[in-house]
Design a protein around this ligand. Sequence first.
Ligand code: GLA
Length: 384
Amino acid sequence: MSDLGHRLATGFAATFGGEPDGVVRAPGRVNLIGEHTDYNDGFVLPCAIPVETRIAWRARPTRQVRVTAIEYGGETDMFDLDAIPHHPGGGWRDYVRGMVSTMMAAGATLHGADLAIVGDIPRGAGLSSSASLEVAVGHAMAAAARITLSPKTIAVQAQAAENQFVGVKCGVMDQLASAASVAEAALLIDCRDLATRTVPIPADVAILIIQSGVVRGLVEGHYNRRRAECEAAAAAMGVAALRDADLAMIAVSNMSAVLAARARHIVSENARVIAAAEALAADDLRTLGSLMADSHASMRDDFGITVAKVDDLADIANHAIAELAHGEGGARMTGGGFGGAIVAITRTDAALAVAEAVRLRYRTPSGDVPDVMIVSAAAGAGPM
Ligand code: GLA
C-alpha cells in the first residue's frame, strides 16, 4: 500500500473504528498557460499532477458528518447536515463545510458520513490543495449518498463553496482541472461555457514545477484587485467580459493606462492559450516555449502580478532550456501570482539537466536551493 493509502487506512480506523466503504481522490493542478483568464470568461490550459487529496468515507445512518484531517495532526470536525455554520477557527474545516453546504443548497440529497482526509499536495505552493480538498469532499459525499455528480457539477459547486462560503473570489480553473483532467493530457477549458478539450501531452515531454520560495503575501487582496480592474476594463469597453474584447477595442477606448494594460494581458493571453494548445498537440515545443515566455512577460509588464525573484527564476529556466534542450520548451510563472512557482516544459531527456541548472543558478530569498518537481499529467478526481 502507498504511504498515503497506509496513513488513510490507519487514520480512519484510529478515529472512527473499522473500515471505510470507499476511497476517493482529487489531484492538485498546475496551469501550463492562461493566467487570470478564467474569471474573464476566457481560456486556460492546466493539467492535474500526481499529488492529491484522498478521502476514506463511510456512510452513517444519521444526519451527522464527522471528519478527521490526518495531516493536521488528526484534527477533527463534526457538523449536522441541516445547519452548517462556519467553523469559528476557519481553515480546512470551512472547505469541507463549505462544499457540503453548497452541495445541499444545489439540491443534492446527502447523508451523514465519516470522512478521513489525507493529502500530499504542498500547501501554499500554488498547486490548488484547497480546490482538490473541495472536489474530494464532493466525491466522498456523493458516494456516501449513492448519487452521481458529473465532474463539471462538482467543480462548479466547489468554486461556489470557495466564492460564497470561504470567501475567495477565484475562477473555476483549479476545481475543474482537479475534477475533469485526463492522464497524460492537458485540459483546454473554455471558462465561458465550461466546454473542455483534452490535449494529449507527448510521452517525451516533461513538466517541471519549480518553487521560487517567495511566499505569496496578501494574495487575496491583490487577486481581488486584479479581478475588479478586469471588470472595470470590460465595462469601459461595453463588453460582458474581457473575453469579448480585442486589441483594437483597447486601443480606441479611453480607459486609464493601467486598465488598458490589464485588458491587454487578458486578450493576448487568451490568444496564447489557444495557440499553445495547438502547439502542444503538434508536439511543437519551440512554439509552446516562446508562448510561455511571452505569457510571463505579459504577466510581468501588463498584468503586474510577478515579483523580481520569480522573474529571475523564469529567466534562468528559459535560458537553461535554450542551452540544454535546444530551445525545445519554455517557462513561466504559474498560478495567481506575487510569488509561488514557475512551470517549465521541456523534453524528458533534458528535464534533469534543466532542473540541475536551475538548482545551481537560483537561490530562494532565504538562500536555499529551490524545490523542483518533475511530473507528468495525472488523471482527474474519482473513486479509487
Ligand atoms: C488562482 C485562482 C484561479 C485562477 C488563477 C490565476 O489559482 O484560484 O481561479 O484565477 O489564480 O490564473
